[in-house]
Design a protein around this ligand. Structure first.
Ligand SMILES: Nc1ncnc2c1ncn2[C@@H]1O[C@H](COP(=O)(O)OP(=O)(O)OP(=O)(O)O)[C@@H](O)[C@H]1O
Length: 380
């Protein structure tokens, strides 16, 4: 069953178009994560679904009911904010039962709902405390508990974990995923955190300038970004982008090269129109660059400028001479290489790097659409 339908949602603040025609169908029980650069409209979209912002045009349906002009309290949604938004003078139990009290539900029903949520979130021993007596993680659990007690049709989360420290974030991330599995509820979740998006989402929605760039499962988006924006947005460290020239086209493959880069023959997607002499953008993820010992087998070579030893992996920033990385992770044209283990490579080392053409993405110069073939979702 479709839980939430967004039809051509537009939101204008004066002359500024914050949302530019958002269309999205969310199935019952899905965990949708919205990501995108700061200011792209994530929070605005969440607020329009919640009814905290009016829409300029379009339609919002929850379980088939048009709620576009309905008051927030009557939409069947519950929202959890980054700031917790708990009432300081109320106990945890009172905070959690607040929505049901406002709805004039009987006390026995409220008590049972609060206890049920507290058990799920393992905060039954905190019910008589006030928010200031709780840690950040406990407060966020109370805010989530307040949402659970209302048994909403749709949960909305606006960066709920961003005030927590790294260890607690990880713990809460796992807890939220299991909460979702337990409740089977529809959840819409806004975050800046790539790991949260990749691990929690059934589908990720990538927003940019008030429009949807792509919607899909985390691995689908990671392996098959529709365009250069999505390719560059998902993945940390970021994908490396190079400007390349088409040397020749033969059947469904194009041979591309650049100064300092040996020719690579890349398979093209159906319908891609590429001609000799075209300038394209080529993308390679840092984990798809391999250090080679024999310089003759290198696709390009360079000098290591910086090494980051992270324990389980090593990140190299490589100056590849004439082969400049456009919009690179470091911002200075170096190529980012991610090695999944500890290495004995140090700054100033001269290295050769190879690229498997099957790992390469090509983007058209105009629309920046992906024009290389689709990759299998399970890495081969
Ligand atoms: N009340 C408002 N009046 C005018 N402009 C607004 C208002 N609220 C948001 N905007 C603008 O709308 C755009 C989208 O804002 P929004 O808060 O949705 O972005 P976001 O993607 O959630 O960003 P962030 O990741 O930084 O939280 C921004 O350019 C913002 O300045």
């Amino acid at each position: 069953m479709t839980s939430l339908e967004l039809r051509q949602i537009q939101k204008n603040y004066g002359a500024y178009h914050a949302l530019r025609g958002i269309d999205l169908d969310v199935e019952q029980g899905e965990f949708i994560v919205m990501v995108g650069p700061s200011g792209c409209g994530k929070s605005t979209l969440l607020k329009t679904i919640a009814g905290l912002e009016t829409i300029s045009s379009g339609q919002i349906l929850i379980n088939g009911r048009d709620v576009s002009n309905t008051e927030p309290g009557e939409r069947g949604i519950a929202m959890v904010f980054q700031s917790y938004a708990l009432y300081p003078h109320m106990t945890v139990a009172e905070n959690m039962g607040f929505g049901l009290r406002m709805a004039h539900r009987p006390k026995a029903e409220i008590d049972a709902a609060v206890l049920r949520a507290a058990k799920i979130l393992r905060i039954t021993d905190q019910l008589d405390k006030r928010p200031k007596q709780l840690s950040g993680g406990q407060r966020q659990r109370v805010a989530i508990g307040r949402a659970i007690t209302r048994s909403p049709d749709v949960f909305l989360f606006d960066e709920p974990l961003s005030n927590l420290d790294a260890a607690l974030r990880t713990q809460m991330r796992v807890e939220l995923s299991s909460l979702h599995a337990k409740l089977g509820a529809t959840m819409i979740y806004v975050t800046h955190d790539q790991v949260e998006a990749m691990t929690m989402a059934s589908r990720i929605v990538v927003l940019n300038h008030g429009s949807i760039e792509q919607v899909g499962s985390p691995l689908e988006l990671y392996r098959n970004p529709a365009n250069l924006f999505v390719a560059g947005f998902l993945g940390a460290p970021r994908m490396n982008f190079f400007e390349v020239t088409v040397d020749s086209v033969s059947g469904r493959s194009a041979t591309v090269s650049a100064a300092g880069l040996a020719p690579l023959s890349i398979e093209l997607a159906d319908g891609a129109s590429v001609q000799k002499g075209d300038t394209l953008t080529m993308g390679v993820r840092p984990e798809n660059l391999s250090v080679v010992s024999d310089p003759a087998t290198a696709t390009f070579s360079g000098q290591v400028r910086l090494v980051e030893h992270l324990g389980r992996e090593t990140i190299l920033y490589v100056d590849a001479g004439p082969l400049q990385c456009v919009s690179s992770e470091s911002g200075n044209g170096t190529v980012t290489v991610q090695i999944g283990h500890v290495t004995a490579i140090f700054a100033d080392a001269a290295i050769g790097l190879s690229i498997d053409p099957r790992d390469v993405y090509l983007f058209s110069s105009g629309a920046a659409r992906t024009i290389s073939t689709r990759k299998s979702i399970l890495a081969d």
